[in-house]
Design a protein around this ligand. Structure first.
Ligand SMILES: [Zn+2]
Length: 192
């Protein structure tokens, strides 16, 4: 199996080159953005300009972890999976360029930071409200933690329990050791 790369210039197919050589040729201006590049064994080539990182500034390619780890100039080798994908699809998938992925991640983080922080932290998909006989300790939209409480004397059950929030009222009962009676627990749950 060869990892040869070809490029076509003036209707002539030239190669094979290693990914490193291909990158060097692009850097040197031998391969033009209007040329077509192929990977060996792939019948359909792709326009060199569409292989984004082939002509990308160093800053873009340098964001690749492998390039940073080696502490040297990034090579096309690191980009081969993306180039391959691009060739297979004859386009650059939106997810392909590492720079874009990084940008998306950054904007997603920014959006998250800008969003008003809710008291429950996590996005709420549902909500639990204690109607009687319980205190909600915490909830994350999916699960709620509660402590049962005697409606008469206010005695709290020592342990915390969890319930999954669904669209119905959660009912339970517990035995209050102080009153020596069974007490009702009712927690209203609602999905959004
Ligand atoms: Zn009680």
């Amino acid at each position: 199996m060869s990892n040869g790369w070809y490029y076509a210039h003036d209707a002539k197919k030239i190669g094979p080159y290693s990914p490193q050589q291909l990158r060097e040729l692009a850097d040197a201006g031998t391969i033009l953005a209007t040329d077509t590049v192929w990977k060996e064994g792939v019948t359909q080539g792709v326009r060199a300009s569409r292989v984004k990182n082939l002509f990308a500034p160093i800053a873009a390619a340098a964001s690749l972890p492998s390039a940073l780890d080696e502490g040297e100039m990034p090579t096309l080798a690191a980009l081969v999976p993306y180039v391959k994908e691009a060739i297979a699809a004859e386009t650059i998938p939106a997810s392909a360029p590492p720079v874009l992925v990084a940008e998306n991640a950054v904007s997603a983080l920014k959006a998250k930071a800008a969003a008003p922080s809710s008291p429950t932290k996590a996005p709420s998909k549902g909500r639990a409200v204690a109607i009687r006989g319980a205190d909600i300790v915490s909830q994350d939209g999916t699960q709620a933690k509660y402590r049962m409480k005697c409606v008469t004397c206010g005695h709290h059950d020592s342990s915390c329990h969890a319930l999954t929030i669904t669209n119905k009222t959660f009912k339970k009962s517990f035995f209050c050791p102080k009153c020596r009676k069974r007490r009702e627990v009712s927690i209203q749950c609602q999905l959004r």
